[in-house]
Design a protein around this ligand. Structure first.
Ligand code: GAP
Length: 431
């Protein structure tokens, strides 16, 4: 098998595998596509849901200091006035005087157009908010914006959450959902798109605790990337965002970066948002601290995780080309299928019947694939390419001894296991 010779080829191979095997399709493809829009296919949605579910379990269900939220995508325009997004949420844009291509000024070196070497105009601020209209009349009064971050609803609903959960500081609100930005230069597959998904936490604290809280979340984010996503520590970096590049709400931000095939770039962010947002939304109504009896505006540390960039980093890290095969060495918890079941021969009804029995039994507990095409070797490679950790073959011995062959994706070793022990075997291996 020809291996990728450089990073561009590697990226192309990952994109091609995603399409070929049903992880990620180009959006609206039969109509010529829609630039930089993507659809998660049958395997992609499983991978993405696994990431989101593990995140929710770890950061909401398994902690005592967190609650969840699922808010509307479109919010009252006053939210974006108060949050500063309508005024400040912009990127510097430059346009080429010759070919009129547009670029983000901070991503272009020098004054020449990267496409035609023409001269670039002076940079202008370009607001990234995605606008639409609610109701039949498209006028200024009906203009609304899709949220550019999930964060704001967690501030706007802060009081509702307090009133209904009787939480005390420190505590956090978590949300997973779509966000929209009219990006100037989307690209690099699902790395930068105009519609994407975020998993965000707004963690409310007293001001004096911000540094220790920031450190606690820095470690949590590192552990999430290595222990839950299985990313190689060597591929993860931290960047202290310089003061003059901080978002309008932030006093300190760390960007976590990942070594994608197209270069090192942001995967997640951790920001200290001070009391900026709550103060702007609850001007007259500070939080009443039960213990101290004082009124105050809680400060906020915000760990934010891009779902699509998580998927991309996981795919890039797991993609391995060996002599004869391509393997996605996904952590079993992330793999779309946990196990595949094959009858040795598809034209032997007794084998097919027994294999179906095993398949149905396992399906009650795991997401299971079925394959009866081609020979066993081809079926193994086909499952390797989509990251299925185990393949089970039902052969003639199964009919006599009630044993199956289990083949391990990573070691390619095979062992015999009693059908009655299959569930406990897989539960132990997939835990
Ligand atoms: N609430 C803070 C916030 O939104 P951000 O750094 O602008 O901070 C957070 O975005 C995360 O969302 C990023 O670290 C990235 O993972 C993801 N993200 C941002 N813009 C994106 C885009 N255009 N396409 C895909 N993911 C994006």
């Amino acid at each position: 098998m020809a291996k990728a010779e450089n990073n561009t080829e590697l990226m192309e191979k990952i994109v091609s595998l995603c399409k070929r095997r049903g992880f990620i399709f180009p959006g609206s493809e039969i109509y010529g596509g829609l630039a930089n829009s993507f659809d998660y296919g049958p395997l992609g949605v499983e991978l993405k849901n696994n990431i989101k579910n593990i995140w929710w379990k770890r950061f909401v269900h398994q902690r005592d200091d967190m609650v969840g939220l699922d808010a509307a995508l479109i919010m009252n325009t006053k939210v974006w006035e108060s949050s500063g997004h309508l005024k400040n949420f912009s990127d510097p844009l430059v346009e080429c005087k010759k070919c009129h291509h547009r670029f983000r000024a901070d991503k272009v070196e020098g004054k020449k157009c990267p496409d035609c070497k023409g001269e670039l105009m002076e940079a202008k601020q370009f607001n990234l908010m995605l606008k639409t209209f609610l109701g039949p009349v498209e006028d200024a009064e009906n203009a609304v914006y899709f949220r550019p971050e999930t964060a704001q609803a967690m501030f706007v609903d802060f009081k509702n959450v307090l009133d209904t959960t009787s939480r005390k500081l420190p505590f956090g609100i978590a949300q997973i959902g779509k966000a929209f930005r009219n990006e100037i230069t989307p690209g690099n597959f699902i790395f930068r798109t105009r519609e994407f998904e975020q998993m965000e936490i707004e963690y409310f604290i007293k001001e004096q605790n911000w540094e220790e809280t920031f450190e606690m979340w820095r470690k949590e984010m590192q552990s999430w990337m290595t222990d839950e996503l299985g990313l190689d520590k060597k591929h993860i970096h931290e960047l202290n965002v310089p003061d003059d590049e901080l978002a309008h709400y932030s006093k300190k931000t760390i960007d976590f970066e990942y070594d994608y095939p197209f270069g090192k770039d942001e995967i997640y962010g951790l920001a200290y948002r001070t009391d900026f947002d709550l103060k702007n939304h609850f001007k007259e109504e500070p939080y009443q601290d039960a213990e101290a009896g004082e009124k105050l505006y809680p400060h906020v540390v915000e760990p934010t995780f891009g779902v699509d960039r998580s998927v991309l980093a996981v795919l890039c890290d797991a993609y391995v080309e060996e002599e004869e095969r391509v393997v996605l060495k996904l952590k079993p918890s992330l793999a779309p299928y946990k196990v595949a079941v094959f009858p040795l021969l598809k034209n032997k009804p007794e084998l097919v019947e027994k294999a179906k029995e095993v398949y149905k039994m396992l399906k009650k507990n795991f997401v299971v694939a079925w394959d009866e095409r081609g020979n066993i070797g081809k079926r193994y490679y086909s499952q390797d390419e989509i990251g299925t950790p185990f393949c089970i073959t039902i052969d003639f011995d199964t009919l006599e001894k009630d044993e199956v062959t289990i083949r391990d994706r990573d070691t390619m070793k095979q062992e015999r296991v009693k059908v009655g022990d299959l569930l406990s075997f897989l539960n132990a291996k997939l835990a």
